[in-house]
Design a protein around this ligand. Structure first.
Ligand code: ATP
Ligand code: MG
Length: 312
């Protein structure tokens, strides 16, 4: 059974797309666990695990599509009339919109007309369930379906939350990080009560963490205090490689696999695999006890260091 994960936060520019793209590529990579542990993959005797991942770009801005597909192919793809938009309005089966992006990573791209989809769907009966319905025939072809959403709690995001098993919420380490979170959590609660009782929160991910900035540390602490259990230990640092890679149509894991950004997203993927139990097929469970010991950007390590400093 595929695990369907939505990356959502109605705040703009907090790292949703960066997280969706890099998580999709990380989950699709062979030898993810070994790489996250910093070990040479040849040294690991366990057979590689093949996970198949579908990335759904549900944002009219189309940043996930352009972040994973090179410019040359992207223009053709957007004007093909075979995008997530046509699938949502019932013109094509979603299978026709899905393209191979990497060996084990597939993309349902955003299209130029997606911006009108919210209005077009608004009058349809069962308008919140459209994505769930169109994904049903293909979702079991994948181990993971990752959905990138626009910066709003509109009908597109609602459709994603109704279709999903769980949500990942990226939070930028800045002063207003927590602002608006209650609206998102309230929406999730309401969806649970009515349209999707099994919807879970996989966790909050701190993004654009700047170790030299005191505020980043304070925000991290604050978020951890409000949501213990729910914050991923893997913190995503502010890293220029992460902002450069999309313009090449590459994830940071491909653009600069040794960068701090790549390491952080590999660690996040491994931590996610470890958190998931039930509903994840055989070999993935094996990963559960393989959480990397070395985490350069782990919350616990950051707090320990801050406490040490405080004592001095
Ligand atoms: P939107 O709400 O517009 O969809 P978003 O939440 O998807 O935005 P991203 O597009 O992922 O946010 O990130 C916003 C910008 O910040 C992008 O230019 C991205 O390349 C950059 N960025 C994201 N994460 C990082 C990071 N950890 N370090 C440096 N730059 C980053
Ligand atoms: Mg985005």
């Amino acid at each position: 059974m595929a695990r369907l994960i939505v990356v959502a936060n109605q705040k703009g520019g907090v790292g949703k797309t960066t997280t969706a793209v890099n998580l999709a590529i990380a989950l699709g990579q062979r030898g993810l666990i070994a790489a996250a542990e910093g070990a040479a993959s040849e040294a690991v005797s366990a057979p590689p695990i093949n996970r198949k991942v579908l990335l759904v770009d549900l944002d009219p801005q189309g940043n996930a599509s352009s972040g994973i597909i090179a410019d040359t192919r992207l223009a053709e793809l957007k004007s093909s009339g075979k995008t997530i938009y046509e699938a949502l309005v019932g013109r094509i089966p979603i299978g026709d919109a899905i393209r191979s992006a990497r060996e084990r990573v597939f993309l349902a791209p955003s299209g130029p007309d997606l911006v009108g989809a919210e209005i077009e769907l608004a009058t349809r009966e069962g308008r919140e369930r459209v994505l769930k319905q169109i994904l049903a025939p293909v979702r079991d072809d994948y181990d993971f379906v990752i959905i990138d959403t626009p910066p709003s709690l509109g009908l597109l995001t609602l459709n994603a939350l109704v279709a999903a098993d769980s949500v990942i919420v990226p939070m930028q380490c800045e002063y207003y990080a927590l602002e608006g979170l209650s609206a998102l959590l309230g929406t999730i609660k309401r969806i649970r009560a009515s349209l999707n009782p099994k919807l879970q929160i996989d966790g909050l991910v701190l993004t654009m963490f700047d170790a030299r900035n005191r505020l980043s540390h304070e925000i991290a602490r604050e978020v951890e205090k409000h949501f213990p259990e729910k914050v991923f230990q893997s913190v995503i640092p502010r890293n220029v490689r992460l902002s450069e890679s999309p313009s090449h149509g590459l994830s940071v894991l491909e653009y600069d696999p040794k960068s701090a950004g790549a390491e952080a997203y590999r660690n996040l993927a491994v931590e996610l695999l470890a958190r998931l139990d039930g509903g994840v097929a055989g070999p993935l469970r094996k990963d559960s006890d393989e959480v990397p010991a070395r985490r350069s950007w782990s919350l616990r390590a950051l707090f320990a260091r801050d406490n040490e400093r405080g004592k001095r």
